[in-house]
Ligand binder design. Structure first.
Ligand code: PLP
Length: 392
């Protein structure tokens, strides 16, 4: 076994079927879909199929909108800044709400708006690591709240927030709800007829599609001010020549992800649980969050007495790719497990290690990873106890 990839919350391998479906649109059917000649015309039916697949994948209504963009960061920026421009800037509504466990693609946007003077309320997480709907109910002011943005499934812990309840609370109060659905799609069912959210963002590379393409769902009746002005692409919601190969790839990737949900919930969950059971069998290890409340592929574990950077390095040296969010880690660019874990009250400083599986993870890989993790923990704890003795 050369390498085992257990960092699927960071990004995933592109499904070969997706890659094959994209290929012709680089060299054969490369026209601009807005052109009036045959090179342009011939692309449009494929874009239609891709959009149909996106609508079906999240059960959007025909009258809802799905904007194809470059990534979830763009989608999140678009929604939050749009509501800022449309409501806050003209003083219609002056307050915005988000949570303490958002990905930087949301939290950094709100921090930026705070610097511009916006009143942003940060909802805490409870002892189970989720945002309590009662906290949302308390924070909302129907006259003041312009937007609520909450992560559906957390990228670090995999913990799934009760988004259906958020939807009801926001609807009752006439407040727009924006969900960051990046880590939910492809792992748990996402049905926009069931959840009363106004905006949902996603990124294809988290569900075996290509990097650099994402989607923004906008419920009918909700509007958006474009982040990128220019041409009339995406019905005027997002200017820029559409990345047709990637849009087509994302459509198929979503269809395949939905087809594989059952597999995700059984086989991926079984392998995740097997890995988790072994990890929990090691002394002084804690896993954050109840398994049943997490996406089926994710484990965030705290290994007491082991420095996160050293652990990550040692695992990597032995062929296991995981992720940690300790302060000086390059991985913290993508996420910060320590941040989330500390918010839910666990003593995880420098020890949080995330293992995230996918439908491509095999039993052999898990067996290999289990062996590497156990040996690595033993090795690093031995080193650390020798070092401690030297200082006594
Ligand atoms: N939101 C969540 C929950 C994520 O996990 C990520 C990526 O890790 C993003 C947003 C940003 O996605 P992208 O980098 O594709 O814009």
């Amino acid at each position: 076994m050369e390498r085992v990839y257990l960092d699927n919350n960071a990004t995933t391998i592109v499904d070969p079927l997706v890659k094959d479906a994209m290929d012709p649109f680089f060299t054969k059917m490369y026209g601009n879909p807005n052109s009036l000649h045959s090179f342009g015309h011939e692309i449009r039916p494929y874009m239609g199929i891709a959009l149909d697949r996106l609508y079906a994948g999240i059960n959007a209504d025909d009258e809802d909108n799905i904007i194809v963009n470059s990534c979830a960061s763009e989608g999140n920026n678009t929604v939050i800044k749009s509501l800022y421009f449309d409501s806050v800037l003209n003083s219609k509504k002056t307050q915005m709400i988000t949570s303490a466990i958002e990905h930087p693609a949301v939290s950094e946007v709100y921090e930026f708006l705070e610097k511009l003077g916006v009143d942003v309320k940060w909802l805490p997480v409870n002892s189970e690591g989720i945002v309590d709907p009662d906290e949302l109910r308390k924070a909302i002011d129907p006259d003041k709240t312009a937007l609520v943005s909450i992560i559906w499934a957390n990228n670090e812990t995999g913990l799934i927030n009760p988004v259906k309840e958020y939807g009801k609370i926001c609807r009752e109060n006439g407040v727009k709800l924006h969900l960051d659905g990046v880590q939910a799609i492809g792992k748990i069912p996402v049905d926009m007829q069931d959840i009363q959210a106004d905006y949902l963002t996603f990124s294809a590379h988290k569900f075996h599609g290509p990097k650099g393409v994402g989607g923004l769902y906008i419920r009918k009746g909700s509007s958006i001010t474009p982040l990128i002005h220019g041409g009339e692409q995406m019905a005027g919601h997002r200017a820029g020549t559409v990345n047709t190969p990637y849009m087509i790839g994302m459509g198929l990737a979503l269809e395949l992800a939905v087809k594989n949900l059952e597999h995700e919930n059984t086989e991926v969950r079984r392998l995740r649980d097997k890995l988790e059971d072994t990890i929990l069998g090691i002394d002084e290890v804690e896993v954050i969050g109840n398994r049943e409340m997490r996406t089926p592929n994710t484990i965030l574990a705290s290994f007491r007495g082991i420095e996160g950077e050293a652990f990550l390095w040692d695992l990597n040296q032995n062929g296991v790719a995981a992720s940690t969010g300790s302060a000086c880690s390059s991985e913290s660019l993508e996420s910060n497990p320590t941040f989330t874990a500390m918010n839910i009250g666990a003593d995880l400083a420098h020890t949080g290690m995330r293992f995230s599986l996918s439908r491509y993870t095999t039993e052999d890989e898990i067996n290999y990873a289990v062996d590497v993790i156990k040996k690595s923990v033993t090795r690093l704890r031995a080193i650390s106890s020798t070092q401690n003795k030297e200082y006594i």
